[in-house]
Design a protein. Sequence first.
Length: 479
Amino acid sequence: MAFRTGRLSGDAPRDVAEYTSSLGFDREIYREVLLINAVHLKSLARMGYLSPDALARGLAALKEAYDKPLSLDDPRLEDVHMVVEDYLVTVVPEAGENLALGKSRNDSVATAIRMRAKARMLELADSALNLASRLLERSFEEAETIYPATTHLQVAAPATLGFILSSYASRLLYSLESLIGVYASLDYCPQGSAACCGSTLPMDRGWLASQLGFTHVLEHSLDASSSRDFVIDLLSLSLKLLVIASDIAEWLIHDLTAGLLDIGDEFCSTSSIMPQKRNPVVLEVIRTKASEALGEAVRASSIIQRRVGGYVLDLQQVTPSIWRSLKEACSALEMLARVVETLRVDVDAALERCGLLAGMVELANYLTLQHGVGFRRAHRACGRLARMLVEKRLTEEGLREALQAEGIDVALGLEEVYRVLDPRSIVASYATRGSASPGEVRRMTDAMRRRMAELREWVSENRRVLEGIVKRAFNPQVM
């Protein structure tokens, strides 16, 4: 490579070049690098360092490379930046020879990663919104379907399937608020900071930022050209969404095994030896992805934290973690959305699983509110009754004994107890905001749908900004 020969004695051996080359994963930022170079050529022309004719031919050549990608198979060219420069030197020497004037690979790759990450984040937002939409559709349909809510993997209280499904949608939407924050932190442009300390060329960094679809300039040149702190935010966001996906998958596997739910055969497999098996393999893979994302986050942060000063080649090894993590998050969320569409519930089994035990807190509330018994005393009495239920020895006499043991003297019969403990009446009687009552489930579902519409518009607006970069970059008339 020609740029080596001034300081070094010659080209690196192919195996050495392959060892340090980033071409294998530079494909992810290929088009962003071309856009950055197109805008840089315009910047040089604006400052009078490139003729209008050279600019027009240079932009046309870059547009051709954008539409028909160049080969990234020669490791001696090190990375995508040098592939593009080598190509442009060949086809438009006046532009290619000056492509690195006032521009470093350091600021360009930092800019390209941010640009590509923004596009990937919009895809991730689409995937999360798609899953949330499927969850809310089913939530509305199942707003009255009695279903057990659990704590410590034990039935805790009667709820509805709609309530459970909407809880995951709620988590996804709150995570998308985090995504907006991470997107905003990416919306600072490093371009024009050069290698580490800026340039003696009077680069208009505000203009560069606007042309590349950024709202702000990342001013400090050393920070702009070398820091990768934003990667931690990106990977943390992927991890956060995949934790939710893993929780959904684990819940579905648990309740499929319990006979409460079922999913489509297309998301299951069977055993090579046990013909009766119907294994939820897609969900089993999905629940591993949070661990993979955690591994990527640990890997990246371990590389990032060992840096002194400006850019070091260690940083190029971080970028594959970004693309892998974002890709896996999108895939897991999209696959889950398809699984949710096939979800079926055994209504009778779900009601039976709730049983009478799950309503014991409401019986304690009843004793307190209707009979004036202190809650802690009522709680102890209901604990005794719960034990009798489990041991199948709850009778009228046992009821009286349990109450008397706690000094409770009220007229309460088994028929009244069973009425209070009925899961359907309990669910219908929930009175607090955000509860599992069907009315609240539908209200929350509607509210989340409205927020989703706002988030979809946010995605569309930012996607239009990114699409505008391509429309401007290769047009020599747009300066």
